[in-house]
Write a protein that binds this ligand. Structure first.
Ligand code: RB5
Length: 151
């Protein structure tokens, strides 16, 4: 698999560990920054990763901030991105099996290295099941336009 990774300052410290682990599994990982722990805005790095994943068909992303919340919300604003915030192996596996997630998000302040390894293993070892899930993912990709139905 090919991954792009981006963090904010609160996800920076664990990034080297994640890159090394992904490479130890035989996958490729490209670092989109930042290059230091200086304070940055997580939407900027979410968008860098999201755009790289969309531009490189079949690739995946990993985004990390303090909680994983802000950076996953921001990544999901990019059309075609399905970023899943996962803090356990079960949800990481299901994010691939049912949601065809193309970005894995988690919070450096939330999970330790052992859990991170198990999340990455689950994400990498699970295929999208397709079938009934394809239509649902298709509906996500169609988007929603709220107009008169909001009253
Ligand atoms: C930075 O302090 C923190 O707000 C950010 O990393 C993230 O947790 C936001 O969702």
């Amino acid at each position: 698999m090919k991954f792009y990774i981006a963090t904010d300052h609160a996800g920076y410290a664990v990034k080297a560990f994640v890159k090394e682990y992904i490479r130890s599994l035989g996958h490729e990982i490209i670092d989109l920054g930042p290059d230091s722990a200086d304070r940055v805005d997580y939407p900027d790095y979410a968008h860098k990763c999201a755009k790289a994943v969309i531009a490189d068909e079949g690739s995946f992303g990993i985004v990390i901030c303090g909680t994983g919340i802000g950076i996953s919300i921001a990544a999901n604003k990019v059309q075609g991105i399905r970023a899943a915030l996962c803090h356990d192996a079960y949800t990481a596996a299901m994010s691939r099996a049912h949601n065809d997630a193309n970005i894995l998000a988690f919070g450096e302040r939330v999970v330790g290295k052992g859990v991170i390894e198990s999340i990455i293993d689950a994400f990498c070892n699970t295929e999208f099941e397709g079938g009934r899930h394809s239509g649902r993912v298709g509906k996500i990709e169609e988007g929603f336009s709220f107009g008169s139905d909001l009253g």
